[in-house]
Design a protein around this ligand. Structure first.
Ligand code: AMP
Ligand code: GLY
Length: 430
């Protein structure tokens, strides 16, 4: 089978690496890809906003499955337009991608189906939004309704911060995404990412992870797309997974089907594990980046078989096996990230650093004059597996320290909570 993978980040490099290992694969194409993905796939230049052009390419190359990495094309309806041309797609329809594309849509679904989540209000004008904030008090969470590249959420610890966040939304800081806001109750607990493969009817649990969103060590500084992650998430015990399926994922699948928008693709639940159990923070309708990288390290089964089963509505007959190991990834970012990253600095030693048990996935990279250079914010994902999170962490940082890139930086403490937990546990046993 020929496959077309859309996207250009570390997530897509990890997907390309697993797809390339499938005996079912004939040719893998990727667009736009990056130099790392180019090692696994033939890179093609397609305008992903031109769905007719993507469909024409798929027909020309006899593409058997299109795998969509990022949310943008899904929310824009690429899956619908390709399916209308008879092309198989792994990814949700435009109507189903509203679970990520509109926070208000998801909150209303939760309310209707009794799915545990933060109490909320939806507002399209600043006066009523302000009144709600003044009445509720801080801490409180302000969210632009639409896609805002991960920047539309403010966890306001004071009323002044909340007022400023409302001003930013309604003054247009997030464009159309901020013309409506969701205002939420502040929840406390431990965060976890939970993934399911879905086929419209069945949701198959597909791993857990925890990521580190803040740019600095000790979870300080501004939010990013994620500076590192590890899998599995210790807080997601089998019992917690079952509870999340029953209370959150299954009612969501039922609700979406009843709304005429059955969900297929990856359902990524951002969860807050509170003392009252799992509560939904938000949905994404794609793999997490960098969570995908650690899931792919641990996946034992053939990814292409699973994605085909999801695209064909056959997940009820599928199961997933994982390596009995932990995986951890550390993001190396270009100086300036998450503000304006510096581009063009030369990166050396990537191939030499990728020893056994380590995979280096590329994100914002390019080739310039034969050299690998930085070409984005998050640039490399140094990913390792190990018997424990601690072992994976040690391997990842050992590999990372062999990379010669003076203009890159990383957090030095990815996985710290899990490693501390492991140490406490082995101390108890000793
Ligand atoms: P989101 O983009 O919705 O994932 O939000 C970004 C981050 O904001 C989350 O990972 C949480 O750390 C935090 N957050 C979002 N909503 C809430 C909430 N209702 N209570 C507490 N923290 C939240
Ligand atoms: N790492 C979080 C995300 O992909 O949304």
């Amino acid at each position: 089978m020929n496959v077309l993978l859309l996207g250009s980040g570390g997530r897509e490099h990890a997907l390309a690496w697993k797809l390339a290992a499938s005996p079912l694969l004939t040719r893998l194409y990727a667009s736009p890809g990056n130099p790392g993905i180019g090692g696994e796939a033939e890179l093609v230049k397609l305008d992903v906003t031109d769905h007719a052009a993507v469909a024409a390419f798929c027909k020309d190359k006899a593409i058997g499955l299109v795998v969509v990495g990022p949310e943008g094309p899904l929310v824009a309806g690429i899956a619908d337009d390709l399916r209308a041309q008879g092309i198989r797609v792994f990814g949700p329809s435009k109507a189903a991608a509203r679970l990520e594309g509109s926070k208000g849509f998801t909150k209303d679904l939760c309310a209707r189906y009794g799915i545990p989540t933060a109490a909320y209000g939806r507002f399209a004008d600043i006066a009523s939004a302000r009144a709600y904030v003044e009445q509720t008090g801080a801490p409180i969470v302000i969210k632009a309704d639409g896609l805002a590249a991960g920047k539309g959420v403010t966890v306001a610890m004071t009323l002044d911060e909340a007022r400023a966040a409302l001003d930013a939304c309604f003054e247009g800081s997030f464009g159309a995404a901020g013309t409506e806001v969701v205002i939420e109750e502040f929840m406390t607990g431990e965060e976890a990412s939970f993934f399911c493969l879905c086929d419209g009817t069945t949701a198959l649990p597909f791993g857990t992870a925890q990521d580190h969103k803040r740019v600095g060590d000790g979870d300080t500084g501004p939010n990013t797309g994620g500076m590192g992650a590890y899998s599995p998430a210790p807080v997601m015990t089998q019992q917690m997974i079952e509870r999340t399926m029953r209370e959150i994922v299954e009612p969501t699948m039922r609700g979406m089907a009843e709304l005429g928008a059955p969900f297929s693709g990856v359902l990524f639940a951002g969860l807050m594990i509170t003392d009252r159990g799992p509560r939904l923070i938000e949905y994404n309708t794609r793999f997490g980046d960098p969570e995908c990288q650690v899931l792919m390290m641990r996946l034992k089964d053939d990814l292409l078989v699973l994605l085909n089963a999801a695209a064909d509505g056959q997940l009820a007959h599928s199961s997933v096996r994982w390596r009995d190991e932990s995986a951890l990834t550390v993001v190396m970012a270009a100086r300036g990230y998450p503000g304006t990253p510096e581009k063009g600095s030369v990166i050396r030693g990537v191939d030499e650093a990728a020893v056994a048990g380590v995979q280096i996935f590329q994100a914002g990279t390019a080739i310039n004059g034969g050299a690998l250079v930085a070409n984005g914010g998050r640039v490399l994902n140094i990913t390792a597996s190990g018997a424990t999170v601690g072992e994976a962490q040690e391997r990842a940082y050992t590999a990372l320290d062999r990379i010669d890139w003076p203009d890159g930086f990383c957090r030095r403490d990815i996985g710290w909570q899990a490693v501390a937990r492991e140490r406490a546990h082995s101390g108890m046993k000793a």
